[in-house]
Ligand binder design. Sequence first.
Ligand SMILES: [Zn+2]
Length: 159
Amino acid sequence: MAIRENPRPLSIVHELVHALDDKRNWYIKPKGGSKISAEALAYGTEYLLEAVVAFKQVEEATTALEAMDAWGDAWYIMQSILENQYVWMGSKKKRKIKPSDIKDVEVKLGLRFKCVELRNDYEEYLREKGICLPTCLPCNLEYRDDPRLRLDPVFGADP
Ligand SMILES: [Zn+2]
């Protein structure tokens, strides 16, 4: 375990995931264990926790339109993990984060972000704030900027 001189905000979480990996014998310790899988688990956790802050905008919405926009934006940011984030080994980019890495975070650490499950909680939260949505919060999201970018099933998109 090593914390750099200028740590990222979630470096402690990253190293904590490695410590847990080591203790549970997932990837670090076993003979033939995979260092890239260990890094994917640690980086995947880090990226999810960074991205989830975007849901704060849904909580702070004061109108249905703001809530619907913030919901779409939050999932766009979650999906962007798979499009734009990498697994690093030291200072070298090894590969992009994959849906299987996000699934591994869920399986190993129980950290789970499923659109179809979270929408019930957010709809109830918004209803209690007096915000009445015109439709359900969608999970079959397509994005204005890039219609090819769709919410991956790993985040619980509708099939
Ligand atoms: Zn690491």
